[in-house]
Design a protein around this ligand. Sequence first.
Ligand SMILES: [Zn+2]
Length: 482
Amino acid sequence: MKYRVAVAGLHIESGTFSPLRSRAEDFLTLRGDEMCERYPFLSSESFADLELVPLVHFRAMPGGCLVAADYDRMKEEIIERLRDGAEGVDAFYFDVHGALSVEGLEDAEADLLGSIRAELPSKAWVTCSQDLHGNVSEKLWRMTDVMTTYRTAPHVDWMETRERALALLLRGLRSGRKPHRAYVSIPVIVSGEMSSTEYEPGKSLYAPLAEESQQAGIWDASLWVGYAWADQERVGAAVVVIGDDGDAVKSMAELVARRYWEQRKNFTFITEAAEFSKCWQEVIADDAGRFFLSDAGDNPTAGGAGDVTDTLERLLCAQSNGPQKKSVIFASIPDAAALHEMEQKGVGSMVRVKLGGKLDPLHGREIEVTGEVRFLLGGENAQGVLRVNCVDVIVSEKRRPYHLRADFIKLGLDPECVDVTIVKIGYLEPELKAMAWRHMLVLSAGGVRADFWEQKYEKRRRPLFPFERDFSWEPEAKLILG
Ligand SMILES: [Zn+2]
């Protein structure tokens, strides 16, 4: 016999502190069989008794709050497809990021899964995989039978995690008995820049989970860091443990949570962090080249708009007035209108353009710059390079990440051959890290500022570390018996 498992998801990390809005057209939508490419492991023998019923999957790069009407439409499509194609399914796989913010909703994933659950047969199971930057509320947890998340940041185990969510589901379905499941919400929130699993304390907090998931009575132990840039009560770290021994499940959840709590004061930026002027002093004093700066406050891969000009403006000012000019790559400012003007003039010509400050006018203004068009790349990922005062500013049509060396090479740029590369990012992705001689994090303006505790929150829970620093807390797991 085969277990029929319907799958759908709405995958985005979206914050509430940027005026940027995410819309339906920002999402890559896979419908029906197109979705199968997300789960190539299902062709293996160990999944032979699973029949996938792919419904629809929406995925976008991080951004601002999703517009309510667009969310409603996407939710409606999931529900309609569920009604049409998923009658009598044995289970549902909720394939999401976990930090979706929607205008007017406090807990969007719980809202969506609640509506899905209402359509499922009452006996159907629910499994869920998430990014460890998801904010897991008790409400969401209560609607799932299996829940697991990444164990790495940068996230290299995304495929493994999807596989685990389905393998654990199958393990349960085959046994015919739901696992016991424990949940602890930890009153601690740290930012992505502080919680890489390549550095302490993230490294030691995540490393034991794989082995602990193999212990007697335990099926899986998962730990979420949470997502800081949303003003919601659910924001915080969380632990979910499942297994077939209730006592073991509960104590494992409390152990993982306590271990996290005890390390809370040791989460720091994984590299030196400072205001731009301080970072630039270090740049000037350093002659080795390959100096990387993260313009972290406007990191589009964490939900920033990407077109905040604050750091670029300070950089151009430092180049004009400082003791010496450096060769700099600045990645990037998304601005379709400015790129269009560059394209009109062509490579080699001088242009004067108004740059940035359109998606997020709250944290940075539109600036006017004059420069030489050095490179143009057409097609779906249209980009151009504008050289302004020894700074090669990448102007892109759309918001996009710069994580690979190839992202620069194809624009005629090479971070290995310039003094400084500034990327709108937090911690450096592996290829950038490999190129960097030195790396500093700029505490810059934007919707995802690295020093998030300076941001005004109204709805967050209290107490919550690091907003409140001196309070005691004991982990007490909630337990649902299978
Ligand atoms: Zn993440």
